[in-house]
Design a protein around this ligand. Structure first.
Ligand code: FES
Length: 106
């Protein structure tokens, strides 16, 4: 069963059965995760750093490419609200989008 692991949040592990599920929805099923624009691809607050498994994610969306060009998204980051998951992935919450009420290891 494919798994998404949040490395810097106590290695929280989310298992899923259906390939192609939205990454943000999966993360929200296990923890709080910033998503200021309401999953519309406008804010970048939902971004995740992808540590492993980038090849098991959907291709970059048009919105993500635009944020990359504007340097508002790093090459190893994805907008979770724009990304579908097809296999094992290991992510990290970037420092600027960490929530104050959660305890991160980095
Ligand atoms: S929630 Fe705003 S870009 Fe994903």
């Amino acid at each position: 069963m494919p798994t998404v692991v949040i490395a810097n949040l106590k290695s929280t592990s989310i298992r899923f059965e259906d390939k192609g599920e939205n990454l943000l929805e999966m993360l929200l099923s296990a923890t709080d995760w910033m998503h200021a624009c309401g999953k519309k691809g406008r804010c970048t607050s939902c971004r995740a750093k992808i540590l492993q498994g980038a090849g098991d994610l959907s291709p970059l969306s048009k919105t993500e490419k635009q944020f990359l060009e504007l340097n508002k998204l790093q090459k190893d980051e994805r907008l979770t609200c724009q990304t579908q998951v097809y296999g094992d992935v290991r992510v990290e919450v970037p420092k600027p989008t960490q929530l104050p009420h959660l305890e991160y290891s980095e």
